[in-house]
Write a protein that binds this ligand. Sequence first.
Ligand SMILES: [Zn+2]
Length: 570
Amino acid sequence: MEGILTSPLLNLIAERQMADSQDLEAIQGEHNMSGAAIPKLLHDQGLLDTASQLELVAEYLGTDVIDITAIEFTSELLELIPMDVAKNYQCLPIGLDGETLHLCLADPLNPTALDDLAYQLNRPLQLRVADSLAISKLVDDKYTDAEGYDELIEAMGGADGFEEEAEVKPEDEEPQALEILEEVGDEAPIVRFVNMVLYQALKDQAADIHFEPFEDTYQIRMKVDGSMKMLTPPPKELAPAISSRLKIMAGLNIAERRIPQDGRIAERIAGRELVFRMSTLPTKFGESVVLRLLDSSNDDLMSLEALSIPEKVDESIRHCVVQPNGVFLVTGPTGSGKTTTLYACLRMLNTIDTKILTAEDPVEFPVEGIVQCHIVEAMGMTFAKALKSFLRQDPDIILVGEMRDLETASIGIEAALTGHLVVSTLHTNSSTEAITRLLDMGVEPFMISSSVNGVLAQRLCKTVCKRCKVNTPMTADQKQMLKLTEEEVLGDIYYGTGCDACGHSGYKGRRGIYEMLQMNDEVRDLIANRTPALELRDRCVAAGMQSLRMDGLRLMFEGVSSFEEVMKYT
Ligand SMILES: [Zn+2]
């Protein structure tokens, strides 16, 4: 399990042997799963309190810890770091010592931030250490952007140079028009305005941002928790400059405004690497642009090591996906983490000499080096169609979002039999049901037995809060509900009594449970004979397969999850 800790702080703690490595790995896993801040997790779960964390970091960086709440943030002090820089890097100015600016960073262990900042602020810096949550909160409180946003709009409205740009219409595009667009797209107020919109989207956790030109107005709306929120509209004449700026960021052709274009924007905002999928659409009143936020700040979210998969299952998965051909299936209901597991596999296989194509509905995680194709069934772009065209592109590995019909399954299996590795998902409850589902669709038994390398079934169970965890013996009822004999009861079970750390729910984070059906001669025979689902299942378990229930029981007796969760998901 080497390399599982991607957080510098956790690595530092591990290096100093200040906590048990398994506990640290659990924190990393929980962070990957829930996105909760690592310092907070460490504190809440009682591994290392905030004060000791800060001391450790300060000692490591050769500086000291300060109480940031005791500092008076005057406007002179705040002006030492411009708002967009403070927000992007989550940093606060503390004071000046001659030319040297003392500052705090929410993520002081970020190896490049200090150099970047010294360059951007153009002065020597001295890092001090303070509580990261307090820093982020102060950045938000002290640098209020509502004012900045409106001021910026005003500043842009008054700026010269944008007027003539507004005259540029697609139909009378002249040679110099392109240069004007490029210039305007790089104008500082436009750059700052667009950054501010993106920052606002991150802060509000918006799912997408719509830039929409109308006859007299230019609307900017964001979808937040399913409903649309409108920003103060910038002057309509800035619309071409704003869409040009977005197109420059996405690397699109800014001269082309008559056909729709698709691209991606990757920007570091508020200390996080954000990825937006962008599409443009020409409309009667100008270009409409939609950005969809794909948050990939949890890069480690998608590594196989970070998923806490039991060793035997992990080995089995690796064995299935390193084959040059065959089918690897992951099954489970919606929200069981299937796509995350498949992506973890792809990331492991994603090397320079491997060509990977994916067909997804929708593309969930953009990955560098993988060609991802968005399935729109309504427009005739089906999984089956995408698969057929993929085969002409000579890929090594193909991800099919879902094998939902016979046509897709057949083409996928054909591809697997002709030298491709195909990974996909199915909506079934167990690994063995995936086989019977394929048979029910009409796939021939020998096609399944000769192509499928393995089937993984999975669920995500809530994990018991470590802060308020207590143990209790199982009741007779509980034993009966899980059909456990006395020998199978391995000890007490655990639950959370509820505390501040878990919002009084008794649970914090989630952990996967897994059931892996690995293909072998015996299973092949069973499939060839069209063995019914239940019998197939019993035979596989008898041959050593760990069922979802068994894996759930393991987590229950280890105190990771609860009786209720195991009952619910297995
Ligand atoms: Zn709790």
